[in-house]
Design a protein around this ligand. Sequence first.
Ligand code: V47
Length: 463
Amino acid sequence: MSTAATAINSTHALSPATHADPRLDAIRAKVEAGERLTLDDGEVLFSTPDIWSVLEMADSVRRRLTPGIAYYNINRHLNYSNVCALSCKFCEFYRKKDQDGAYTRDLDYIRGQAREAIENGATEMHIVGGLHPYLPWDYYPDMLRAIKEVAPDLHLKAFTAVEVVHLAKIAKKYKAKDRVEGIRWVLSELKDAGLGSLPGGGAEVFDDRVHDETHKGKIRSDVWLDVHRVAHELGLNSNCTILYGHVEQRRERLVHMDMLRRAQDRALHRLGYEGEPMRPEWLRSQEDGFAGGDQEAEASGEAGGDNQIPVVSLLRPGVESPERLREQGKITADDGGYFQTLIPLPFFPDGSELEHLPGPSGLENYRTLAVARLMLDNFPHIKAFWIMQTLKMAQVMLQSGADDIDGTVVWYDITKVGGASTHQEVTVWDLQKAIREAGFEPVERDTLYRRVKRDGKKWRVET
Ligand code: V47
């Protein structure tokens, strides 16, 4: 094992004694009261030997937000091309144009995938690809329209923020001085062509050092957050991810989570949520002992001046989730969108340029997901993506912060667990069984977390 790998393992090692940690008492009191945790609280959650209390607190939050049930969906992934202009060090998916294994799908192939998806009852297609240097702009809206022609009810959750910026560039709409205008143009065109929401990929870790070390050339956090903000302004919901367990520090994971929850405060505020003013305590905790430069300034709300935006916690008594408000007709997509879920993605070293790193341990996976549940008090859901966590780990995660295990998937090209092929299918029965064994009622959802009523392949959203 390399020195770097040893260092990562030893900093993450648990002390054999897992007795109660008194530092958790104050955090527990805040969690019970629905108060926002600081980054320093997050550090305690990451460093305490009492990991069971962390999981148990996250479980209590998850049960308050989503009592009794856990979600799955019937979906398909479509990777239209693995050709990518970037060479991110953690990625084993990308190929250069003439490299062995490079592929780009034509519209006939894509229509075929859409037909296959609806024949198998799918409600969602998750569409992402590399930053193809030569495909024209038209390919992308044409792809969405082609799918909608054969599968009008299929929800298209498509294009990471990184791809959206790439599309603005190839459509010649991207101006560095006013990037938001180009982003808005692309998202509006794609929405007209059938885009239903944005997936959470490409966020990695919102930190300039990590960015420059592992995915230089990709957009930085400020641009990623702009894309999602504009999507929300256009009434599109979106997801977000954190790719952890490589070269980042735990404090950087916390800053990433904080930047996401501030972005969510802003989205919920736009929907009419009122909250508490940001407390000096939160700002201080973020400023102390961390030389994060611009990233830290953004996390503290200074960069966008968003410490004026009230802090919204969905854990406060009487605060309804945005989905419930949409169900009740109190808000609509016209009022705006929001982040639905965070998906923690454990780094898989195999086949990547960072293959010498060990990747996160099982305990680190549980802990990171639980910490995310506790820090992101304004996120309705946390997803344990079973493809990357494994179905067995995802079951335990349902009892320690997650309320969703994603879907049937079938083909997944981005990572291959344990050298598995890209064919990674589970049946609906497998997902339901895993959820029941974890002690919850399985509920099929659509992409927007509405309950699905199903009669074989036919389905409708419950109203
Ligand atoms: O953006 C790349 C990550 C992401 C590796 O929105 C890696 O519902 C681990 O975003 N090890 C794609 N991760 C996956 C993704 C996703 C998955 C499921 C659901 C949703 C959703 C989104 O995978 C990429 C990148 O961050 N990734 N390489 C790797 N070696």
